[in-house]
Design a protein around this ligand. Structure first.
Ligand SMILES: [Zn+2]
Length: 329
């Protein structure tokens, strides 16, 4: 009897919707408090104006809610940018061109229930911490190496928020302030500029003059992307190897700084570049050890994040089931 099954479900588990808002699409997933994803619903975003994004997020969230096997008790969304956790507004999101937009309020009006808002990378950190690689590590740092670098820090079992809710912006600490690439935030040589997926492409362009006949630069051989560079490095292409060496060296420098600041038990690397797996870890771990001077060597493990693109949705759902991130507002 379907009714009896649903009744049992409702008693046993809490159901939430976790939403991950990205630059090209938005995903809303129905998730129970054991971390299980029951369905995922995705819509493309071609227009990043605030009103349009609110409409698309509300629509895909309604679709997820209709598909939920039990009553949805909470909704959470991870958004790029700096979030005011008191009122769920996005203070600024350079990638979206948003400044002071009331995201939580507008979604609450559209959906008829509370919607908790957090930064997307902090939500991914929560997801990995509760149900992914970070499970059981009470001091944990997550970094997503994608177009940019998102970060989050869990210290003694608590997600660090920061006084202005910007703790964990690890991507914007400078590692090459004199010689690095210009970052999207305006500074030079941020970890994000050097060690994101975009950073790998820039490293390949920077060393390109030494490899004039490189197939990486041949437009007939496909667009230059981080995956193409990494795969070419793995097959021994000299241009790709030079870029990969500089890239992993900068990544290790940033990771060693993270260890100096937080000395976590575990750093999880997610995002597109992390699909390199052991090939990346084998390059990065020894260099991080060399650069780690005060923390006992080997006390911080570096691993690949397990949940992949699902981490943000799972974390947003957990944030919502916990009643939001701001415990003092
Ligand atoms: Zn920056």
């Amino acid at each position: 009897m379907a009714f009896a099954v649903e009744e049992y479900w409702a008693e046993a588990m809490k159901t939430a919707i976790g939403i991950d808002l990205g630059g090209s699409h938005v995903t809303a997933a129905v998730i129970t408090d054991d971390g299980t994803i029951h369905s995922q619903h995705e819509r493309d975003l071609s227009d990043l104006t605030f009103e349009r994004v609110v409409a698309v997020v509300a629509e895909v969230t309604s679709a997820a809610r209709n598909a939920a096997p039990a009553k949805v008790e909470a909704i959470g969304i991870g958004s790029p940018g700096n979030i005011d956790l008191h009122d769920g507004s996005v203070r600024y999101s350079p990638n979206f061109g948003w400044f002071g937009v009331p995201l939580g309020k507008r979604l609450r009006e559209a959906l008829g229930m509370q919607v908790f808002v957090g930064n997307d990378a902090r939500c991914a950190t929560l997801g990995e911490y509760h149900f992914g690689t970070g499970r059981g590590a009470s001091d944990f740092v997550m970094l997503t190496l994608g177009t940019g670098i998102g970060g989050g820090i869990v210290a003694d079992g608590e997600l660090l928020l920061g006084h202005g809710f910007a703790a964990g912006e690890i991507g914007h600490h400078q590692i090459r302030p004199e010689t690095g690439f210009i970052c999207g935030c305006g500074k030079i040589g941020c970890m994000e500029a050097q060690a994101s997926g975009t950073g790998l492409i820039r490293h390949a362009m920077a060393v390109a003059p030494s490899f004039p006949r490189s197939f990486l630069l041949d437009p007939d051989k496909g667009k230059l992307g981080s995956k193409k560079i990494r795969k070419a490095a793995q097959t021994g292409d000299l241009h790709a190897l030079a870029a990969w060496k500089n890239y992993t060296s900068d990544l290790a420098l940033g990771l060693a700084n993270v260890i100096a600041f937080t000395n976590p038990e575990l750093i999880a690397l997610g995002g597109g570049v992390s699909s390199a797996g052991d090939y990346m870890l084998d390059a990065v771990r020894p260099r991080v050890d060399e650069l780690t001077t005060m923390a006992p060597k080997g006390t911080t493990r570096i691993e690949i994040a397990r949940l992949g693109n699902d981490a943000g949705q799972v974390g947003a759902a957990m944030m919502a089931l916990q009643g939001g991130l701001d415990k003092h507002g």
